[in-house]
Design a protein around this ligand. Structure first.
Ligand SMILES: [Ca+2]
Ligand SMILES: [Ca+2]
Length: 513
C-alpha cells in the first residue's frame, strides 16, 4: 500500500513540475497563440501619415515622427519626448519587439531610451528619460549615461514601480531594478532590437546587439519570475538627452498578444475580423479624402495616375534589383575571400622560405673536396627546384673531380720533366731552357774569340816599337808581318840603289856638254 502511494506522489510531483516549467518557458518555445496587435504597433513604411500623426499613437515633447521612424529625442541638448498608445491593452500577456537605434558622435552618449507599460500614460517632458516618475507598471530602461560612475553603462535595466517610488537617477536605478544586463546598444552597424515578453508573470528581455542584420541573433538579457504587472496598461517609448545628446530613433514597435492554446474562440475571431474590415474601410476613405484635398491644394503638382507609376517599381524590377544586390554582396564577399587567401599564401611562402633557410643552416659543413654549399633560393621552394638544385650539385661535383684529375696529371708530368733534367739534361728533353744555355755558352766562346782578336790587333799596332815582341808572337800571322817588313826593307834598298845609279848616270851626261 505504502509503495503504491509513494509512486502516485512521485508521478503527481513530476506532473506538477512539468506544468510549472511549461508556464515558465519562453512563449516562442511553447504552443502559445500569438496575435499581432496593430493598435499597439507601428512600423515603416507610412509609419506617420501625411498630417504627421501615427495611427493609434500619440506623441509629444521633442518627438518627431516620419514615415520611416519616430525620433523620440533628437541629438540636441536637453531634449525630451515620448510616444504612447491611445488605448489600454485588452490582453494580459504580451510580447513587444522594438527595433531602435541610439546614435551619437560622442564616445559617451546621454541620457537614454525607455520602454513603458503603465496604467497611466506618462508625460512627454518627464524627469525619467522623458516620461513621468512614480509610474505604476514596468520600465525597461536603456541607460546610456553613467551617473554613478561605476563604468557600467550603457546598461539595460527592468524596473517595476507601484506608483510610489521615485527613480534613483544618481545610482542609475541600481537600487530599484528587478534585473538588468550590461549591453552597448549605441552606434551599431544595424539597428538594435529588444524583445520584451511578459507571459504567466515571467518577464523575459532578449537583446539583439545590432552587429548583424539576422533576425534570429537575440541574446538573453534578463529573466524574472513572479512579476506582477497591472492589467490594462498603456505602452510607450520615451527618450531624453542631457549635456550630451544622442539621436533616439525607433523604427518598429510590434506588439503581439499571447494566449494559451484554445483560449481564443472562433466567435471572438469573427468579431475581430468584422472590426478589422470596418477599420480598413474607414482608413481607405480617409486616405481618399486626403488625396482629394491634396489635389485641391496643389493643382500644379497634380499628376495623373499613370505618371505615378514611374515612382514605383514593378514586381520584376524589384526582384531584379534584389538579385543584383545579392550578387553584389556575393561578389564583395568573394573579393574579400580572395584577398584573404592571397594573404595566407603570402604568409605560407614566407614561412616555407624561413623553414628551408633554417634547415640549410643546420646542415653540417661540406666534406673535404671543397664542394661549395649551393646558394638556396629565397623565394618558393618547390619539388622541381630541389631536383634542379641536386642535379646542379652533382654536375658541379663531377666537374671538380675532373679538374682534380687534370691537376694530378700535370703534377706527375712536371715531376717527370724535373727528374729528367736533373739526370740527363741534354738527353731526351729538348727544352727551351737547355737551348738558351747552349747559346749562352756559344756566345761566351764567341766573345772570348772577339776579345782575343782585339788584343792581337792591339799587339800588331804596338809591333814597330819592339821587334822582340814580334819574335815572341805565337801565331802564324806574325811571320807574315816579318816577311812584309823584310820585303819593305829590300824595296827601300832597291829604291835607294836605283837613286844612286840614276844620279851617277845624270852626272856623266852633264860632262858631254
Ligand atoms: Ca544614467
Ligand atoms: Ca552606472
Amino acid at each position: 500500500m505504502l509503495p503504491t502511494f509513494c509512486k502516485f506522489l512521485a508521478v503527481f510531483c513530476i506532473l506538477a513540475w512539468q506544468t510549472h516549467a511549461t508556464g515558465n518557458l519562453s512563449p516562442g518555445a511553447v504552443g502559445v497563440h500569438r496575435r499581432f496587435e496593430y493598435k499597439y504597433s507601428f512600423k515603416p513604411p507610412y509609419l506617420a501619415q501625411k498630417d504627421g500623426t501615427v495611427p493609434f499613437w500619440e506623441y509629444g515633447g521633442n518627438a518627431i515622427a516620419s514615415s520611416e521612424s519616430v525620433r523620440v529625442a533628437p541629438s540636441l541638448r536637453s531634449q525630451k519626448g515620448a510616444i504612447w498608445t491611445k488605448s489600454q491593452t485588452t490582453f494580459d500577456w504580451w510580447d513587444v519587439e522594438i527595433v531602435f537605434r541610439v546614435t551619437g558622435r560622442g564616445r559617451i552618449g546621454a541620457d537614454g531610451l525607455a520602454f513603458w507599460y503603465t496604467t497611466e500614460k506618462g508625460d512627454y517632458n518627464g524627469p525619467v528619460f522623458g516620461s513621468s516618475d512614480r509610474w505604476n507598471g514596468l520600465a525597461i530602461i536603456f541607460d546610456s549615461f553613467d551617473n554613478d560612475n561605476k563604468h557600467n553603462n550603457p546598461y539595460i535595466s527592468a524596473v517595476v514601480n507601484d506608483g510610489t517610488k521615485q527613480y534613483d537617477h544618481t545610482n542609475d536605478g541600481t537600487t530599484q531594478l528587478l534585473s538588468g544586463c550590461l549591453r552597448d546598444f549605441r552606434n551599431k552597424p544595424f539597428p538594435t532590437r529588444a524583445r520584451i515578453e511578459y507571459y504567466n508573470n515571467v518577464l523575459t528581455v532578449l537583446i539583439h546587439n545590432g552587429m548583424t542584420n539576422n533576425n534570429d541573433d537575440y541574446e538573453l538579457c534578463l529573466r524574472a519570475d513572479n512579476v506582477v504587472l497591472p492589467k490594462n496598461g498603456f505602452f510607450g517609448v520615451s527618450a531624453a538627452t542631457g549635456g550630451l545628446a544622442d539621436d533616439h530613433d525607433v523604427f518598429h514597435f510590434l506588439t503581439s498578444s499571447l494566449h494559451a492554446a484554445g483560449q481564443v474562440n472562433d466567435a471572438q475571431k469573427v468579431e475581430n475580423q468584422e472590426k478589422l474590415t470596418q477599420e480598413y474601410k474607414e482608413y481607405q476613405d480617409k486616405l481618399e479624402k486626403q488625396k482629394q484635398e491634396y489635389k485641391k491644394d496643389h493643382p500644379d503638382e497634380h499628376k495623373d495616375d499613370e505618371d505615378w507609376e514611374e515612382f514605383y517599381e514593378s514586381e520584376n524590377q524589384r526582384e531584379l534589383r534584389q538579385i543584383w544586390q545579392g550578387q553584389s554582396q556575393i561578389a564583395e564577399h568573394l573579393r574579400e575571400l580572395s584577398r584573404k587567401v592571397d594573404e595566407i599564401i603570402g604568409r605560407q611562402e614566407t614561412t616555407l622560405s624561413l623553414v628551408s633557410r633554417n634547415a640549410g643552416q643546420a646542415l653540417p659543413p661540406p666534406a673535404a673536396g671543397g664542394v661549395q654549399q649551393p646558394a638556396l633560393p629565397t623565394g618558393a621552394v618547390s619539388r622541381a627546384d630541389v631536383d634542379l638544385l641536386l642535379t646542379n650539385q652533382n654536375v658541379l661535383l663531377s666537374s671538380i673531380r675532373e679538374i682534380r684529375q687534370l691537376v694530378g696529371d700535370i703534377n706527375v708530368r712536371t715531376d717527370n720533366i724535373q727528374t729528367n733534367q736533373k739526370h740527363a739534361p741534354t738527353a731526351q728533353i729538348q727544352s727551351a731552357g737547355y737551348d738558351v744555355q747552349t747559346l749562352i755558352a756559344e756566345m761566351r766562346d764567341g766573345m772570348n774569340q772577339v776579345k782575343q782578336g782585339i788584343s792581337h790587333v792591339g799587339q800588331r799596332l804596338g809591333a814597330p816599337q819592339g821587334a822582340a815582341q814580334v819574335a815572341n808572337c805565337p801565331t802564324g800571322n806574325c811571320v807574315g808581318v816579318t816577311l812584309f817588313l823584310s820585303v819593305t826593307v829590300v824595296q827601300l834598298l832597291l829604291v835607294f840603289i836605283y837613286n844612286i845609279f840614276k844620279n851617277r848616270s845624270e852626272a856623266q851626261a852633264k860632262k858631254f856638254y
